[in-house]
Design a protein around this ligand. Sequence first.
Ligand SMILES: *[C@@H]1O[C@H](CO)[C@@H](O)[C@H](O)[C@H]1NC(C)=O
Ligand SMILES: *[C@@H]1O[C@H](CO)[C@@H](O)[C@H](O)[C@H]1NC(C)=O
Ligand SMILES: *[C@@H]1O[C@H](CO)[C@@H](O)[C@H](O)[C@H]1NC(C)=O
Ligand SMILES: *[C@@H]1O[C@H](CO)[C@@H](O)[C@H](O)[C@H]1NC(C)=O
Ligand SMILES: *[C@@H]1O[C@H](CO)[C@@H](O)[C@H](O)[C@H]1NC(C)=O
Length: 624
Amino acid sequence: MGTCETQSLGVLLLLSWAITIQARSSLYITYKDPSQPVNIRVKELYKLMTLEEKIGQMTQIERTVATPQVLQDYFIGSILSGGGSAPAPNATAQAWIDMVTNFQKASLSTRLGIPMIYGIDAVHGNNNAYGATVFPHNIGLGATRDPYLVKRIGAATALETRATGIPYAFAPCIAVCRDPRWGRCYESYSEDHSVVQAMTDSVLGLQGDIPGDYPRNFPYVAGKNNVAACAKHYVGDGGTQKGINENNTIIDYEGLLSIHMPPFVDSIAKGVASVMVSYSSWNGKKMHANRHLIIGYLKEKLGFKGFVISDWQGIDRITYPPGENYTYSVQASINAGLDMVMVPYNYTGFFSAVKSLVNANVIPMKRIRDAVKRILRVKFIMGLFENPLPDPSLANQLGSQEHRDLAREAVRKSLVLLKNGKPGSQPLLPLQKNAPKILVAGTHADNLGFQCGGWTINWQGSSGQTTAGTTILQGIKSTVDPSTQVVFSENPDANFVRSQGFSYAIVVVGEAPYAETFGDNLNLTIPAPGPSIIQTVCGAVKCVVVLISGRPLVVEPYVPAMDALVAAWLPGSEGQGVADVLFGDFGFTGKLPRTWFKTVAQLPMNIGDTNYDPLFPFGFGLTT
Ligand SMILES: *[C@@H]1O[C@H](CO)[C@@H](O)[C@H](O)[C@H]1NC(C)=O
Ligand SMILES: *[C@@H]1O[C@H](CO)[C@@H](O)[C@H](O)[C@H]1NC(C)=O
Ligand SMILES: *[C@@H]1O[C@H](CO)[C@@H](O)[C@H](O)[C@H]1NC(C)=O
Ligand SMILES: *[C@@H]1O[C@H](CO)[C@@H](O)[C@H](O)[C@H]1NC(C)=O
Ligand SMILES: *[C@@H]1O[C@H](CO)[C@@H](O)[C@H](O)[C@H]1NC(C)=O
């Protein structure tokens, strides 16, 4: 090569280098650079945003009103699936992924390309999704007293949620339910705040373990196999009078801080990304408008650095009737410290209310800045800017065998043995596997929907084979000796039971599924025909009763007739776990996470109360 050629090559190289630099500097955008610290990225992005884009980040809408056009026009920051809201009945993981991808592409195509965050009530597994593993509801997990199990369930739930392309779960519910008449009591791990506190390890499972040197109280989400979590409902949701949902929690400040607050302190220390505010009131003041407890306590005193989200139409319910004075609702909630609002339908009303209140200086810009920065902080920390789209390779995590095995283990550990043998006679459990002929009876023995409870496929749950799983009857059949004849009769008559020569009977009865307000119940009786099935069968043959319920029920009148009684709570999709323990492949280890009352007249009655006179005390549980 001659000198001349070398020189021109050098010039060429220099030129192309200069062009590269030029291109880089004009394309370089600080907030898009993952090597920049999160606070710099948040600051730089915030500086570029219009008021409209800021309000959009604070807006969460339901998938049914979300279209690419709406996401673009209103710069929507978040979408959710309400209870049971799916892209199609029995939608596959791929159908969920396609839906989320479609929405996300619209968000990414906006001026600043800020990804939206999709959230869902994955409260006992990714329970909206057909074919997901359905874990026991929290009350059953409280009975296990096993935080490491709950952490592993959190990690599995994160994977199953990501399997559907979703990076955000409205879980865990860390309510301290003080009255089982509350329809959400099964979403609470325990009446004892220290049990609930231990179970906040769920956050570490959902989001991943916090690195040792991580800044205190900052949100943490490890990456694309984890999800942002949400501690709910702040605060006092489980303390309402008579357990009336969304009602008034009457308790002094000290009581609020010592009973209902501690699980939030733990969740925040474990890096929870968001906190959902409770519909309920504290001493008559709506939590959604409680500036002292949201800004003053949660953000300033506890130093929470994630974002605060409303409940579904939660701000509307600040007034009565709900939405009566929506402008006031927006003003009161945003100024109280709400960062993201689960609107979820009327985003135009929300948008214009926020905008006019900001322009009128009723909502200070400082408040908007705080809200938007918190939301962006979580989005950056969790890597949503780098990995905004669903990862289709995770689709096979939905309902995986490994997760079903974990759920089955959880069922085994959640069972609480309350009685085993009548006075003066031998224990009935563990049951004999090789009895010639046994009876399985009851409305809940062969009903997957019933054993899963509310928040399963539908918001309120439903009856029958609503998703994939194993009923308790199927579990029994696959556990007994091949020579054992298993006869199933949902509601048999006494002559039949007496005449068949059954060695013993397994009676499975309980509550039908419910969620939230629909589950409020002042009598807490076992619904018909449960009591008559117990009396008929247990009057005719040796029996173990397995109670499927979201809470203790009135059982005292029937206990003498039973040979054995097991509280199975709402075990979920893996009914085999019940049979594993009934037949002695595993022992009973569960302990009551709640006080079992004699009559509803005693309620509320919790461990530590004076005049504590339960049928079975908190912590009770026989072993085998
Ligand atoms: C509590 O419930 C009662 C009875 O339904 C109702 O009248 C009252 O307004 C409720 N209170 C709150 C704060 O929701
Ligand atoms: C809405 O509430 C605000 C604040 O309490 C009040 O000033 C205003 O008059 C109310 N508007 C209506 C229509 O009730
Ligand atoms: C949406 O909210 C605005 C503001 O409160 C209200 O004027 C409008 O009627 C609402 N629209 C619907 C469809 O509810
Ligand atoms: C959903 O799956 C269940 C079986 O698990 C089936 O009975 C039902 O018909 C399916 N629904 C639709 C709309 O495909
Ligand atoms: C108990 O309360 C529930 C919920 O209100 C109701 O549906 C049921 O009929 C009541 N049962 C009895 C026996 O009163």
